[in-house]
Design a protein. Structure first.
Length: 70
């Protein structure tokens, strides 16, 4: 079962990472505790958009930092 992590999980992965777990672990622990969601087409598109927005914000912060450094 593929899971998209919504929080960092020690020993498993970091936020916004797609990980493969056993079905029982995903259904009984990861998803109910809010640590992740099922990796399907819709959730993958949402993840891609979130990553694009994060990259854009990081680029803006870097640009602003470089402007301040000058």
């Amino acid at each position: 079962m593929d899971i998209i992590l919504t929080k960092d999980v020690p020993g498993l992965g970091f936020k916004d990472e797609i990980v493969k777990v056993k079905n029982g672990y995903g259904r009984n622990y990861i998803i109910p505790k809010g640590y992740g969601v099922l990796s399907n087409g819709t959730n993958k598109k949402i993840l891609e958009e979130n990553l694009k927005q994060t990259i854009k914000k990081q680029e803006e912060l870097l640009k602003n930092a470089n402007d301040l450094a000058k």
